[in-house]
Design a protein around this ligand. Structure first.
Ligand code: ZN
Length: 66
């Protein structure tokens, strides 16, 4: 297996895919950056931080701590 050196590479804890996009919260001016998802303007402690394109599930901070 090759090591990934990309800092922002997130692996989905549910399916192991790296097709993970980051949620952006708050007011977004201009287009959404590539690889990101608009999560709405309300930021709460229970909001997911990533979205997996492979299994279509939200990834929460707790999921990544395992
Ligand atoms: Zn997944």
């Amino acid at each position: 297996m090759s090591k990934l050196n990309k800092k922002n590479k997130v692996i989905c804890p549910k399916c192991g895919s790296d097709k993970v996009r980051e949620y952006i919260y708050g007011l977004i001016r201009g287009p959404i950056p590539e690889g990101c998802v608009c999560g709405g303007c309300f930021v709460g402690p229970d909001n997911p931080i990533y979205y997996c394109d492979s299994c279509n599930s939200d990834i929460y901070a707790n999921d990544l701590k395992k």
